[in-house]
Each structure stands twice: as structure tokens, then as C-alpha cells.
Design a protein around this ligand. Structure first.
Ligand SMILES: C[S@@+](CC[C@H](N)C(=O)[O-])C[C@H]1O[C@@H](n2cnc3c(N)ncnc32)[C@H](O)[C@@H]1O
Length: 180
């Protein structure tokens, strides 16, 4: 491909991504593939006693999978109300409406205290801004799993490299420590 064609393609991709950015959203809507969602929930060892919060929940797939396939309860927080409506309808169709909730709102304004597991697919900058809130509000032992992005100099407890349709993803797990 010529440089010019490559530049045009890049512009299209960037404009397309910007077009997906809901007002107030700090990252665009990009879905985690279902197979990768499954690996994220396995990495956090999600089970029936867990409450899984997906911050920036998109179409609700992470929270719905946590309830349907792992028996957990879950909450999705998403700034785009259309995606929240779609998530609520998908949860009803998946038969998990009684165990999941989707809220329209800003993830930074969400109380995280009830969560035992938090899942993220945001950006390195947002993860870093979120880190003090996660450490302040989550209970010791709570698990955080991030698709692709790190948490600055907070080393992860475990990483998992997954491949899906020729795209590699790196999943990271952190455990909230006891307050010192
Ligand atoms: C990359 S998508 C991830 C969607 C889903 N978690 C997944 O893994 O498939 C990030 C989502 O975060 C939402 N978002 C961005 N900024 C937000 C904010 N401040 N509060 C709540 N949601 C936000 C976007 O609208 C988008 O749907």
C-alpha cells in the first residue's frame, strides 16, 4: 500500500473513532471480543459470590457474561444512554436481568465500594486517573482486570496474552492490597 493510501486509511480510522465518541466520553466505544471477555473473567476467577463492575460497559457484554456464564451479579456504567438501553435489553434476552444493572453515568462518579471485581477497557491515561479511586473505594482483595492497558507503575499480579482473529490482547490482573 502506498504512503498516501495508508495516510487516507489512517484518517478514515481516526475520523471513524472520533465519530463513535459520545459527548463526555473519554474513550471511544470499541468492543472486547467475546472470547477475550471470557478470558478476563477467568483471570479474575469470577464466581457466584462476585459483584462485577465494568466501567465503560459498552453493549454490556462483560457484565452479561459474568452473570450468565459465571453466576455473578454485575453492574455496568456507561456514559452513552443508547448503549445502556441496548445492554438492558440484551440482559433481558440472556435471562440475567434480575442479576445485572446498567446505569447511565460517568464512571468517575460511580461508587465502587460494592464491587469485588472491576473490569476495564479504557486507555492508559484513564487507568492512571482511576487508580487512586480504585485503591480508595475497593475492598482489600478485590480484583481489577484491564484489557490491554496498564496502571502506570503499579505492577500487575498476573498477565495473560490472548489471541483472537489475528489480534493479540494483553490482559492484566491487580489485587487491591490491605491499606497500610
Ligand atoms: C473501549 S469501550 C469498552 C466497552 C466494554 N467495556 C467492552 O470491553 O467491550 C469504552 C466505553 O467506555 C465508555 N466511556 C468513556 N468514557 C466514559 C466515562 N467517563 N464514563 C462512563 N463511560 C465512559 C465509552 O462510551 C465506551 O462505551
Amino acid at each position: 500500500m502506498s504512503r498516501r493510501a495508508l495516510a487516507s486509511l489512517l484518517t478514515l480510522v481516526l475520523v471513524g473513532a472520533a465519530g463513535c465518541l459520545y459527548p463526555g466520553a473519554e474513550v471511544a466505544y470499541v468492543q472486547t471480543p467475546h472470547a477475550v471477555v471470557d478470558e478476563m473473567l477467568r483471570l479474575a476467577v469470577v464466581g457466584p459470590s462476585d459483584v462485577v463492575y465494568d466501567l465503560g460497559s459498552g453493549d454490556g457484554r462483560v457484565v452479561i457474561a459474568a452473570a450468565r456464564d459465571f453466576g455473578a451479579r454485575g453492574v455496568g456504567v456507561e456514559i452513552d444512554p443508547k448503549l445502556v438501553a441496548e445492554s438492558t435489553e440484551s440482559a433481558r434476552r440472556a435471562g440475567v436481568a434480575d442479576r445485572v444493572t446498567f446505569r447511565t453515568g460517568d464512571l468517575f462518579q460511580t461508587d465502587l465500594a460494592p464491587a469485588t471485581v472491576v473490569t476495564l477497557y479504557l486507555s492508559p491515561e484513564l487507568n492512571l486517573r482511576l487508580r487512586p479511586k480504585l485503591l480508595r473505594e475497593l475492598r482489600p482483595g478485590a480484583r481489577i482486570v484491564s484489557h490491554d492497558f496498564d496502571m502506570g507503575d503499579w505492577p500487575s499480579a498476573q498477565t495473560l496474552s490472548v489471541h483472537f482473529r489475528e489480534r493479540g490482547s494483553l490482559l492484566r490482573l491487580w489485587i487491591v492490597p490491605r491499606q497500610s
